[in-house]
Design a protein around this ligand. Structure first.
Ligand SMILES: [Zn+2]
Length: 157
């Protein structure tokens, strides 16, 4: 039974706790093609909306901007620009690595949206918004988003 606590000035009690909810769901046809691209060829695949020309990475089947179905595949670069980042110091079973862990939003060259992934091979103190980063792939890839080990800075800002 979780502990309860009374709110300060009300006759209201709350439960405090954490809920662990394991789940499994399919990546779908588009997600599967994206993941096998990573696995088989170190290819980062996106999809381009024919109506507005936006390129989404990871690939998606519907345009967020104009809601049109998307079926054109494009390969984008493994290089991009760091748009923002955060450093996580708290351990959490949902995270793919031990803290400190750096998550970033990367605008890959050829894409029109941000791509969420980890940053590595760099002291977090040396990270800067706008710096150039490149994908570092795992040698043994399994069809996971973690086939990209992380993105790391290269070539200056
Ligand atoms: Zn569109």
């Amino acid at each position: 039974m979780p502990a309860t606590r009374k709110l300060e000035d009300r006759d209201v009690y709350i439960y405090e706790g954490q809920i662990y909810i394991p789940n499994t769901y399919t990546a779908g046809a588009v997600g599967t093609r994206f993941l096998t691209g990573l696995r088989d060829g170190k290819k980062i695949l996106g999809t381009r909306c024919a109506a507005c020309n936006r390129v989404y990475v990871p690939a998606r089947s519907t345009c967020h901007a104009c809601f049109e179905p998307i079926d054109e595949w494009v390969e984008v670069s493994g290089t991009g620009t760091l748009e923002t980042y955060t450093v996580v110091y708290e351990d959490n079973p949902c995270q793919p690595a031990e803290p400190p862990l750096v998550y970033g939003i990367i605008r890959l060259d050829g894409a029109d949206n941000g791509f969420l992934h980890m940053l590595g091979g760099v002291d977090p103190e040396d990270l800067r918004v706008g710096m150039r980063v490149q994908a570092v792939f795992e040698r043994d890839r399994t069809g996971s988003i973690l086939d990209i080990r992380y993105f790391t800075p290269f070539g200056g800002c």
